[in-house]
Every structure is written in C-alpha cells, then in structure tokens.
Design a protein around this ligand. Structure first.
Ligand SMILES: Nc1ncnc2c1ncn2[C@@H]1O[C@H](COP(=O)(O)OP(=O)(O)OP(=O)(O)O)[C@@H](O)[C@H]1O
Ligand SMILES: [Mg+2]
Length: 401
C-alpha cells in the first residue's frame, strides 16, 4: 500500500476531509455531486502540478479563474491544503513520509505555493524531520538525508530558490539524486494512473509505440495489447480467455499491422470467419478488453484511479471486475474506484468501501465498516450493494461522535 492518509482542505466540495488508514483497495460511493470525482481530481491536480506548474494545474481544475474557482465556496480567504502520508522506499529503507502543500494568494492576488514540506522520522524516536521546507519559492532541502551516523542537527541544509513561487520544490529538486525523499515522492506521483478512458480514443489504427502501460485515455490499446502478446504471452492468453467467457461471440482478439505500418485491433466472432475491425466492435467489448489490459499490467502503477467502471458493461460482469481491481491492489498497486453499481459493490469487502455525503455544500467521507449496523449485517451474510440500495449507507448508522 502506498498512501496511508489523505487530508484535503478547501478543494471545491472537499472543505475539510481526512481519510486515515487508507486501504490498498478503496471504493467510493455516494449520490451525484457528493465529491467522488473531486477527490480523484486531487490526485490529478498533484500530478499536473508536477508535470506543469501550480497555476496551470489550477486552471485545469478551475478554468481561467484558477484558484478562486477551486477554493471551497465561502472560504476563498483561506488556503488550499493537501497532505498525503505515504510509504516510500528511500535509499533502501521504507519510510512513512508526509507531504504537505499549501497554496494561496499573496496580498496582490498572485497564486503561490505558501508552504511545501516533506518530512519523515529518521530514527525510531524524535519528531519527524523536515527534509524539504519551502515557503513562497524559497527554502531548503537536506542533501545527505541518509547519513545514518549523523544526528539530525548535523544534516546539511542546502538553501534553494525556485524558478517561480508557483513551482513545486519536489519538481525541481526531485530531479536530483541527492534529494532522495523528493525524488522518491516525485516518482510516486508521476507513476499514478488516473484513468480518463474513452472508448473512441482506443478505437482505430494507431502508430506503434513502445508501450509498457495503458495510457490514461486508452489510445495506445493496440500497442499495449501487442506488448502483452509479444512479451507476456500468458497474460495475453488469460485476457483473451476471459473475454471469451464474458463477451458472447468473442472467439479471438489479435493486433495486426496495416499496410502502412500502423497497429489495428481485430476481434473475431465465432459465428464468422473474418474478424471485425475494432470500429465495428461493441463499446462494451472494447471497454472490457481495455480494463483487462489495464488490470493485468505486469508492473502495477503505485496508484490507480478509475471512475465508474460499470459504464457500458453488463451488470453480471461487475462481480468479477470488482475482484480484478482487488487483485491489482494485492499485486502492489493501490486502487481507488468510484461506482454507482450495487453489483460492483456486492463484490467489495466492507472494509474497502467509503461513502460520501454532502451537507451545506461540504463533503464528508465515511468508512462503511465504521457503521456497527452495516458491519453486523454483512457479517450475517448481507451484501454491501444491497444494503447500499436500501439506503443504509448514511451517517445515522454511525456511532454518535
Ligand atoms: N468551489 C467549490 N466549492 C464548493 N463546492 C463545489 C465547488 N466547485 C464544485 N463544487 C460542488 O462539487 C460538485 C461536484 O462534485 P463531483 O463531481 O465530485 O461529484 P460526484 O460525487 O463525482 O458526482 P457524480 O456521481 O454525479 O459523478 C458540484 O456539483 C458542486 O456542487
Ligand atoms: Mg463524478
């Protein structure tokens, strides 16, 4: 598992939320507008902050008004805060690292990173040590953090000024080997996969690329299928077999090279001799194949976020799909899924389910297993999806706090 705690303040409907002891597999449910996508956008936002800069990432979330539009309504005077606690391997040692980010405006309304801290405990005792500490574009980073023989007081601080106060320190410093925590955290975020799958992007002939992972939009599906076929034949065969079981008529799936050297997926129906090009294959067929390719990735992403995987798929397939997401998390990738499907939820352990509620414009997030009623009903054999359908995922079932 990678992320242990997530804390968000003033990010749209997420006025002040915290999820502790985040499991390796998390499924979020809740009525429309309660903040599921917003939570996933926090991950995308951090990724964009690294890939671009903070202002550009805010524009993606909030349009041209940027931060103003992103801050929780009624709290525009406060800063946006994100804190993530995660497990990272730093120079061969597994550490519980906390990354803290505060974004706000200067008095003349310029968006800046007000504070950015990366901290962890080096020894068993003592308080967490700041390995990176920046405010308004200036700060320091420790450059001999793994000098185990040295006490905290003798670690070397290297003062730095960032190119711009809307750049993350982990972006600049994370490029350098000597800032080990920064580069480990940077790499973690860069490898998050936030799915934005579009069936039509996956269709059609494609330029062959050196794919090792399915892209977020799925537009490299033929290259990825070819990679699995060439380099991981057993994985490819198992995907094909599951397609045959799940999608009536699918007999074979193959990637072919077109005359002009592009890749094209073809699906053969057992009733016909010639395969269909993917343009003429159903949406659900392509989506199921893409999910199987995504979830069979030989090298799981540290974090995988998928919204509403049930769309376009036959309800009966939800159980196996939910289990496949869980298996992915057991192979090392932490999985975040949102869903409106009771069939999907029926196959998810209660400990992995969170429900979101919104009151007076503010989201709250609740762990289903914290409800004694839900826990006892599931223990007695009820399935979470049915209980959710009965309206039992609500804070009245939680112990009074
Ligand atoms: N700046 C903001 N401050 C407070 N609330 C906001 C802000 N911007 C958007 N919202 C609220 O957040 C809601 C969007 O929530 P989100 O898209 O995360 O819901 P969801 O749970 O994914 O819903 P669905 O099930 O429909 O996909 C908007 O409908 C709006 O009410
Ligand atoms: Mg949504």
């Amino acid at each position: 598992m990678n992320i242990e705690t997530i804390r968000v303040k003033n990010f749209k409907a997420l006025r002040d939320v915290e999820i502790k002891d985040v499991p390796a597999y998390c499924v979020f449910v809740g009525r429309n507008g309660t903040g599921k996508s917003t939570l996933f956008r926090v991950f995308a936002f951090l990724k964009n902050c690294l890939a671009k800069n903070v202002r550009a990432a805010l524009n993606i979330e909030g349009g041209r008004n940027g931060l103003r539009e992103v801050l929780s309504r009624g709290h525009e005077q406060e800063d946006l805060e994100i804190e993530i606690q995660c497990r990272l391997d730093i120079a061969g040692t597994n550490r519980l690292v906390t990354y803290h980010l505060e974004i706000g405006e200067t008095s003349d309304k310029v968006t800046i990173v007000k504070r950015e801290i990366l901290r962890y405990k080096r020894g068993r005792h003592g308080s967490p040590f700041h390995f990176i500490d920046f405010a308004n574009g200036e700060g320091y980073a420790i450059n001999n953090e793994e000098a185990f023989d040295k006490p905290d007081s003798e670690l070397e601080r290297e003062s730095q000024k960032l190119d711009s106060p809307d750049t993350l320190a982990i972006k600049g410093l994370g490029q350098f080997e000597r800032f080990k925590a920064a580069s480990a955290f940077r790499q973690l975020i860069e490898n998050w996969h936030i799915s934005d799958f579009h069936i039509n992007s996956a269709r059609g002939d494609k330029e062959e690329e050196d794919a090792k992972h399915l892209s977020p939009s799925g537009d490299n599906l033929p290259s990825m299928a070819r990679y699995l076929y060439e380099k991981h034949r057993k994985v490819f065969d198992s995907i094909k077999q599951r397609m045959q079981q799940r999608v009536p008529g699918v007999a074979d799936i193959a990637v072919t090279v077109t005359e002009d050297g592009r890749l094209l997926m073809r699906y053969r129906d057992g009733a016909f001799v010639d395969p269909f090009i993917d343009k003429n294959v159903s949406d659900g067929t392509i989506k199921m194949f893409a999910y199987l390719v995504l979830l069979a990735d030989p090298k799981p992403h540290p974090i995988l976020c998928v919204e509403e995987p049930e769309n376009q798929l036959y309800p009966e397939l939800m159980g196996v799909l939910a289990e496949e997401f869980q298996q992915y998390s057991e192979r090392g990738g932490q999985v975040f899924v949102s869903s409106h499907s009771p069939d999907f939820l029926n196959a998810v352990p209660l400990e992995c389910i969170y429900w979101l509620e919104k009151e007076k414009g503010e989201t709250s997030i609740h762990r289903a297993a914290d409800s004694p009623l839900l826990a006892s009903l599931v223990k007695a054999g009820d399935l979470p999806g049915y209980l959710w359908n009965q309206g039992l995922f609500n804070s009245r079932t939680l112990p009074a706090s």
